[in-house]
Design a protein around this ligand. Structure first.
Ligand code: SF4
Length: 314
């Protein structure tokens, strides 16, 4: 299936998914946490999958079937593999833009050293790039790249892209327990991300069945620590832990407000107290959410934080 959705996402609102890579999965990476299974064909060769005209036609047909109130905010390339392996990506984006809906691409950024890939992505309105490692060794372990790829070359390509791209650039970092979640790993990753100055950096965790069963999300304390490391570098950072909380999240309902905010970032106890006070509520609300296992209290740097409690969907 070339199109699917629309699906709701905090990052993109309503997004109509486009899979421009033919099954079985073709990707330049074989990430240990991949949710679409083991990479069948690991490649960095750009090739033709679907004709761009077919992609455009399928999107048009899909849009015609949707009610006005279910119309997508974005047409999003989120593929069964790596979307920039499609050498007709530029033409596909050009055609799709005629639909009058912004185009987003979620890429692993592994082909960013190629000028042709950067130029294709310049046409998109929103691009998310994967940055799971700040050093070659960790990159090999977590992303299991095609042997022809060069870590430094990718970072250079991302750097060039970030300077020239006129749209919204975001990063996504998947934190995996014991693989890339140490202070050193997260500091290296954040150091690089700070340089490219994204609109937002997202920290995600593997909550759906990964390719390797041994892959686990870090504990809440470690996720909080990672968020703090990013935050201390003044990087606008949000958590993606499977909850669709809103950024500001003030609904007037204290329960919902706490759930919305803690889905996006850890809430320090003094901010929690302020929020309760503003809503004429007391600490029983927090106790009740902890009892229901909807939020969790974690300690970091002698401060108490509250965070949405996440569970594995196995
Ligand atoms: S880059 Fe994406 S599709 Fe490719 S292996 Fe990693 S998670 Fe899976």
């Amino acid at each position: 299936m070339i199109t699917f959705g629309p699906v709701s996402s905090r990052r993109l609102g309503k997004s109509l998914g486009i899979n421009n890579i033919i099954s079985p999965k073709v990707c330049s990476y074989g990430c240990i946490y991949c949710q679409v299974g083991e990479t069948v064909k690991k490649s960095i060769k750009r090739e033709t999958f679907f004709q761009p005209e077919l992609i455009d036609k399928k999107v048009e047909q899909h849009l015609k079937q949707l009610n006005r109130d279910n119309f997508p905010d974005y047409l999003t390339f989120v593929s069964n593999g790596e979307p920039t392996l499609d050498k007709n990506l530029r033409t596909a984006i050009k055609l799709l833009k005629k639909q009058g809906i912004p185009v987003a691409v979620i890429t692993n950024a592994s082909l960013m050293m190629l000028e042709s890939v950067r130029e294709d992505l310049f046409l998109a309105d929103w691009v998310s790039i994967k940055i799971d490692a700040g050093d070659n060794k960790t990159w090999q372990v977590i992303n299991r790249p095609c042997p022809d790829l060069d870590f430094e070359g990718i970072l250079t390509g991302i750097g060039i892209f970030s300077k020239e791209f006129g749209g919204i650039l975001c990063t996504e970092t998947m934190l995996v327990d014991g693989i890339n979640d140490s202070v050193e790993n997260v500091s290296n990753i954040s150091e690089f991300i700070k340089k490219i100055n994204p609109h937002k950096a997202y920290l995600s965790i593997p909550i759906r069945p990964p390719t390797f069963k041994s892959v686990k999300p870090p504990v809440a304390e470690v996720v909080t620590r990672a968020w703090q490391i990013f935050n201390n570098k003044h990087i606008k950072t949000e958590l993606l832990t499977g909850f669709e909380g809103t950024d500001t999240g003030y609904t007037g309902n204290i329960y919902e407000d706490i759930l919305n905010i803690t889905a996006v970032h850890p809430l320090r106890e003094d901010s929690m107290m302020e929020l309760l006070l503003k809503n004429n509520a007391d600490f029983q609300v927090v106790d009740s959410l902890i009892k229901q296992r909807l939020i969790k209290k974690v300690l970091y740097n002698n401060n108490k934080y509250y965070l949405r409690e996440y569970h594995l969907h196995i």
